[in-house]
Design a binder for this molecule. Structure first.
Ligand code: ATP
Length: 452
């Protein structure tokens, strides 16, 4: 599977288009098309179901993208949300120093090196510029990834606001609100799905690293001493969730962090084997009581929780589970796209979990002239229950192939038997087997099979 194939597939079938395409695009921006938005909405729905709805003592929020700028001082983003930027003096291309080293060797881990050590390593080893092949670099500058904008009509220092670089701070600043209004007892969780923005030095690899993306984050507030057990639970929960979505177990691996942020006690990523190699998909972090402690310090509001049973007061620890919706979408597409060799033919098929499939059913009148009225009637009925499409052009074989290629789970064919006996044939995308059903049985049949 190569990346170009996935990008073209997404563009040609209506999953993902280059952003502002008719104006020549805007580098590294992408728009989700009719199928992409269905897939992404299904991913968000199932994440919400697993991490909010079915998680005991978890609640959802939807916080603003713009927050008081002090939030980003308290969180540490103003001072240290930076990447090590290094410029090629020859061709002026910009690189992340850590990525240059990672691409060159497995012998050292840039995460554990200072900027000075990275520069020395790059120069000593004459690491070539991926753009021009020469090795002549500037020093490293730490580049802040937050996008700034200003609010109001007068542009001065007080009007500066940031587009949030992560959703997590929305959970932290609403910790007290959620705890009080939900009468929540520790341990409890807050989940959120929303856009985040990062002025990445080297965006790329399609929707893997973009400057605007969506995160699905869940913060679990707990008592010190219980944090490590919950950290393990959330690591496993993320892993199991990926398997339940149909991700191949051989395509994912854990990567425990060697260098921890000063506040983190434990941290790991689940990496997915994308066409460009294993890369971060999902982070789980034991963040201690750093976040709430910092907000307490900067806001001067007590973030302490009063345990109603023991009367103990403490600032809770946080275990964070954080996954990019776009990266997960890419992993799911790479995992599901297949070119299958059949007896006399090949077919493109998106073997995606039925819950995630953009369309659950396609309705096909066998002969347009005779079967369309009945087919339309059935289409109307099914589309009240799930995403259904309708296709009456071309041979039935071609229509099956089109449906397979976009992952439509079932194809319902309307023929003379439908008119005479109220039965349809229903074909399964993966097995290509067909069975006969009464019209009244279709909804239950499909609903049973698309559950997750
Ligand atoms: P990376 O090391 O790849 O830059 P990160 O460690 O900075 O990622 P986090 O801050 O932990 O990422 O963000 C949580 C999740 O958000 C990541 O695991 C990833 O799935 C997603 N994510 C982060 N940055 C981007 C981006 N620029 N584009 C798309 N998704 C992103």
């Amino acid at each position: 599977m190569d990346m170009e194939k996935i990008v073209n597939y997404c563009k040609n079938y209506g999953f993902i288009f280059p952003g502002s395409d008719i104006y020549g695009g805007l580098a590294n921006t992408w728009d989700y098309g009719p199928l992409g938005v269905e897939l992404k909405n299904n991913i968000k729905k199932v994440w919400w179901k697993r991490f909010v709805q079915e998680s005991e003592n978890s609640f959802g929020i939807d916080a603003g993208i713009l927050m008081n700028p002090i939030v980003w001082q308290a969180s540490g983003h103003v001072d240290s949300f930076t990447d090590p930027l290094i410029d090629c003096k020859e061709c002026k291309a910009r690189h992340r120093a850590d990525h240059l080293i990672e691409g060159f060797t497995d012998e050292v881990i840039p995460d554990t090196m200072t900027d000075e050590e990275m520069v020395k390593y790059i120069n000593d080893n004459k690491i070539p510029c991926p753009n021009c092949g020469k090795s002549n670099y500037t020093d490293i500058r730490e580049f802040n990834l937050m996008f700034e904008t200003s609010r109001g009509v007068v542009k001065d220092a007080t009007s500066k606001v940031y587009l949030r670089p992560e959703t997590a701070q929305g959970e932290f600043v609403n910790f007290l609100n959620v705890q009080r209004t939900m009468r929540a007892k520790i341990p409890f969780g807050i989940g959120q799905i929303g856009k985040a923005f990062r002025n990445e030095i080297t965006p790329g690899n399609f929707i893997f690293r973009t400057i605007e993306f969506e995160q699905m984050e869940h913060q679990w507030f707990c008592k010190e001493g219980t944090d490590s057990d919950f950290y393990k639970t959330f690591k496993e929960k993320a892993w199991k969730f990926l398997l339940d979505l149909g991700i191949d177990e051989n395509s994912i691996r854990f990567h425990d962090h060697d260098k921890l942020s000063h506040y983190a006690k434990e941290a790991c990523d689940i990496e997915y084997n994308f066409p460009f190699g294993f890369s971060e998909l999902w982070g789980t972090h034991n963040r201690t009581n750093y976040d709430l402690g910092r907000h307490q310090e900067y806001s001067k509001k007590s973030m302490e929780y009063l345990d109603p049973e023991t009367n103990e007061k403490y600032v809770p620890y946080v275990v964070e589970s954080s996954v990019g919706c776009d990266r997960l979408t890419l992993a799911i597409l790479c995992n599901a796209y297949k070119e299958e060799q059949l007896e006399n033919d090949t077919r493109e098929v998106l073997k995606i979990h039925p819950y995630l499939a953009p369309y659950k059913v396609v309705v096909l009148p066998l002969v347009k002239k005779y079967h369309s009225d009945k087919a339309k009637e059935i289409y109307q009925k099914l589309s009240k229950h799930f995403m259904t499409s309708y296709d009456d052009s071309g041979s039935i074989g071609k229509r099956y192939r089109r449906a397979d290629a976009i992952g439509t789970v079932f194809a319902v064919t309307i023929d003379d038997n439908t008119l005479n006996n109220n039965t349809v044939t229903i074909r399964d995308r993966d097995t290509m087997q067909q069975i006969t059903l009464d019209i009244d049985e279709i909804i239950n049949y499909v609903e049973e099979r698309i559950k997750l």
